[in-house]
Design a protein around this ligand. Structure first.
Ligand SMILES: Nc1ncnc2c1ncn2[C@@H]1O[C@H](COP(=O)(O)OP(=O)(O)OP(=O)(O)O)[C@@H](O)[C@H]1O
Length: 380
C-alpha cells in the first residue's frame, strides 16, 4: 500500500498528453528488481499490459505489488530493469513526464477543494484554458455519475463516492496509463462489490490502459482482462482469469486462486497412488516420485456406488448447505479430509446425510511433482 503526497500528484499532473495513435502495448516491464536492504521486494519481474486492457497485479501481502506500481509510476527507482509506457522507454523519466494517473487507497482527495476543483486540479496545473477545463470536468462528472455533487466537499461524500472522484481526477488529464493500488481496499464489502462492477463498466467506456493492484482473488477475477499472479517478488503466472483458474502453472497459483483439495501421493509411470491408496491416472507430471494432486471441490463427482471410473471411497462427515450448492466434507480411507461442492439438484437425487459411504470421482485435477520448480510458465 502506498501513500501519495500532494506534491507527487502535482508533479504527475503537469504531464502533457501526446496526440499520436495508441501503440499495442500500454505497459511493458522487463526484469525489474528492487531490494530494500538485503530483502528482494521485486525479483526479476517481467510482464506486459496490452493497450486498452485492465490488468490486475494479484498476490498476497508483501509480494511486491505496490513496489512494482510505484516503479512504473516513477515514484520509486528500480535497481535494475526497464519500464516502457506506450512504446516509450520511461525508465529514467521523472514522474511528471510519464503520463500516469493514480488512484490509491489511502490518498484522500484535497479536503479544502470541492469535487469540481479536485477533478480540475491536474488540468489547472497544466494551465489549460478555463472553458476546456470546465467542459472536461463536466464530462467526467457525468462519467462517474456525480454531476449533482460538483459543489460538495470530500467530507460530504461517502467513501465510494470519494474513490469515484479520485478516479475522475486521475483521468482528467487523459493519462497514458492508469495505476490503481487497492482503490477499494478501505471500503466495506457491499460498496466494494458495487464499485468493482462500476469500474469494469467505466473501463469498457474509456479503455485506458490500467494496472490494478489487489490481494483479493475475487476482485481481480471480476474486474480484470488478465491477471498477473505475484509471489515473493516474482511472477508466478499471467493470463486471463479463467485460464489461471483452470490451468495453474504452480501449486502456489492453484492454492491462491480459490479453494482446492491437496492430496499427497507418489507417481510411477503416469499413475499417482495417493497416500490413502486411491489411484489417479494422469500424464501431467513427468518422472516418478512424490506428487501433490490438486482438485477443486466442484471438480469432484459423487456417487453412492462405483461408477466404472477410478473413484475414491469416502465417508460423508458433514453437509453444509450454501444456497445454490451443498458443501460436503468427506473423509477418505486414510482419513484425509476432502471438500466437495455438490449441486443442489444432485444432492436432491442422492439425499446424502452424514455417515453415508460414497465414491468420489475427479473430473479435473492437476498433478505437481514435489520437486517441480515453482517457475513461471511465461516469460517475455
Ligand atoms: N520503503 C521500504 N523500505 C523497506 N521495505 C519496504 C519498503 N517498501 C516496501 N518494503 C517491503 O517490500 C515488500 C513488498 O512490499 P509491497 O508494498 O510492494 O508489497 P504488496 O504486495 O503491495 O503488499 P500489501 O498488499 O501489503 O501492500 C514488503 O515486505 C515490504 O515490507
Amino acid at each position: 500500500m502506498s501513500v501519495l503526497t500532494a506534491p507527487d500528484l502535482r508533479r504527475a499532473a503537469a504531464w502533457a498528453p501526446p496526440s499520436e495513435e495508441e501503440p499495442e502495448v500500454g505497459i511493458l516491464v522487463r526484469d525489474l528488481a528492487k531490494r530494500f536492504g538485503a530483502f528482494r521486494a521485486v525479483d526479476g519481474v517481467s510482464f506486459a499490459v496490452p493497450a486498452g486492457q485492465l490488468v490486475a497485479l494479484l498476490g498476497p501481502s508483501g509480494s511486491g505489488k505496490s513496489t512494482i506500481l510505484r516503479i512504473i509510476a516513477g515514484l520509486e527507482a528500480a535497481d535494475s530493469g526497464s519500464v516502457e509506457l506506450t512504446g516509450e522507454d520511461a525508465t529514467a523519466l521523472p514522474v511528471q513526464r510519464r503520463g500516469v494517473g493514480f488512484v490509491f487507497q489511502h490518498y484522500a482527495l484535497f479536503r479544502h477543494m470541492t469535487v469540481r476543483q479536485n477533478i480540475a486540479f491536474g488540468l489547472e496545473v497544466q494551465k489549460r484554458p478555463k472553458a476546456e477545463v470546465a467542459a472536461r470536468v463536466d464530462e467526467l462528472l457525468e462519467l462517474i455519475q456525480m454531476s449533482g455533487y460538483a459543489g460538495r466537499y470530500p467530507t460530504q461524500l461517502s467513501g465510494g463516492q470519494r474513490q469515484r472522484v479520485a478516479l475522475a481526477r486521475a483521468l482528467a488529464p487523459r493519462p497514458k496509463v492508469l495505476l490503481l493500488d487497492e482503490p477499494f481496499g478501505a471500503l466495506d464489502a457491499r460498496v466494494r462489490d458495487e464499485l468493482r462492477t462500476w469500474l469494469r463498466r467505466l473501463h469498457d467506456e474509456v479503455h485506458v490502459t490500467s494496472l490494478f493492484v489487489t490481494h483479493d482473488q475475487q476482485e481481480a477475477f471480476e474486474v480484470a482482462d488478465q491477471v498477473v499472479v505475484l509471489n515473493r517478488g516474482r511472477v508466478e503466472q499471467m493470463g486471463p482469469p479463467q485460464e489461471l483458474y483452470e490451468r495453474p502453472a504452480s501449486p502456489f497459483v492453484a492454492e491462491f486462486l480459490g479453494t482446492v483439495n491437496v492430496l499427497r501421493g507418489r507417481s510411477r509411470g503416469g499413475v499417482a497412488v495417493l497416500d490413502g491408496g486411491a489411484v489417479v491416472p494422469h500424464g501431467a507430471a513427468e518422472g516418478d516420485g512424490p506428487v501433490s494432486v490438486y482438485v477443486r471441490p466442484h471438480d469432484l463427482e459423487v456417487d453412492r456406488q462405483r461408477n466404472g471410473h477410478p473413484s475414491w471411497p469416502g465417508t460423508v462427515r458433514r453437509l453444509v448447505p450454501l444456497g445454490g450448492h451443498v458443501r460436503l466434507e468427506v473423509a477418505l480411507a486414510d482419513g484425509t479430509e476432502v471438500r466437495v461442492q455438490l449441486g443442489r439438484d444432485r444432492q436432491a437425487e442422492l439425499a446424502l446425510s452424514a455417515g453415508d459411504e460414497i465414491y468420489i470421482t475427479p473430473r479435473e485435477l492437476k498433478v505437481f511433482h514435489a520437486a517441480e520448480p515453482m517457475a513461471p510458465e511465461y516469460v517475455i
